[in-house]
Design a protein. Structure first.
Length: 251
């Protein structure tokens, strides 16, 4: 009988053993977060990851979720690793708190937070578009136009998140009166034709915008909202990195 038990332990892991293995892999995954974030497209990761989590939570079939259930350890890096990476964005030390997939009462007023971030993204879109349009055809104009398109997409996705949660449409460039003065500084340079000054001002405004999104992720949020904002944060981060590198290269 003891031999049979030993064979069972060798051929199939107990839930406790699997949990320990998973925790060890999670620790290794966390050390690779920065590299993974650079390789994955944030908007797609957030959307696909959230859909997988919802499917698993609601008991609906999902290819990745089913694969994880059948082979939890071999497929962990492909499936659960992705899900954990999404959940861990900005999670800090909250530990084992359960995943929540709907907006629940938290310390943060989520509706106002989404309105603030949407407004900031719209301010950035407007300033970048105006700055680019004021310059002659060339590399700087092209870079600013692309950045404006990206930030416009961010604003639209935040608007969609607000509507998904039942908060309705968000109107204006500062729905709660939160103006980013650094984007106003960019607008003040429109018409100056000073490409270097415009790029410096844009770089500073992008840093402030990134800081606002980072601050939002440090707040207590339901996990579905955190995942959505994490995707938007990485969009801003990618744009800022490209603009900063461009400014450094052309200085």
């Amino acid at each position: 009988m003891a031999s049979a038990d030993q064979d069972s332990n060798r051929t199939g892991s107990r839930p406790h053993d699997i949990h320990e293995d998973i925790e060890a892999i999670r620790a290794r995954l966390n050390s690779r977060m920065a590299d993974l974030d650079r390789r994955l497209r944030p908007a797609n990761v957030a959307r696909d990851g959230l859909e997988m989590l919802r499917s698993m939570a609601e008991g609906r079939p999902h290819p990745v979720g089913d694969a994880i259930r059948r082979n939890p350890l071999p497929l962990l890096l492909m499936g659960a690793g992705l899900a954990w990476m999404l959940i861990e964005i900005g999670r800090g030390d909250r530990g084992g708190k359960e995943l929540t997939l709907t907006a629940t009462p938290v310390e943060t007023d989520i509706a106002d937070l989404l309105a603030d971030l949407t407004g900031i993204a719209r301010q950035a879109t407007k300033a970048l578009r105006q700055a680019g349009a004021s310059l002659p055809e060339g590399r700087v104009r092209t870079v600013l136009r692309l950045a404006a398109e990206e930030r416009g997409t961010t604003a639209k996705l935040l608007q969609a998140e607000s509507e998904r949660l039942g908060f309705g449409s968000i109107h204006g460039h500062a729905p709660t009166g939160d103006w980013v003065k650094l984007w106003q500084k960019v607008e003040e340079l429109v018409g100056s034709n000073d490409e270097a000054a415009i790029l410096r001002a844009v770089d500073k405004a992008e840093e402030e915008t990134l800081a606002r999104f980072r601050s939002a992720l440090r707040r207590p949020l339901p996990d579905d909202v955190r995942i959505a904002l994490g995707g938007r944060y990485h969009e801003v981060e990618r744009t800022h990195a490209r603009l900063h590198a461009f400014r450094e290269a052309t200085a």
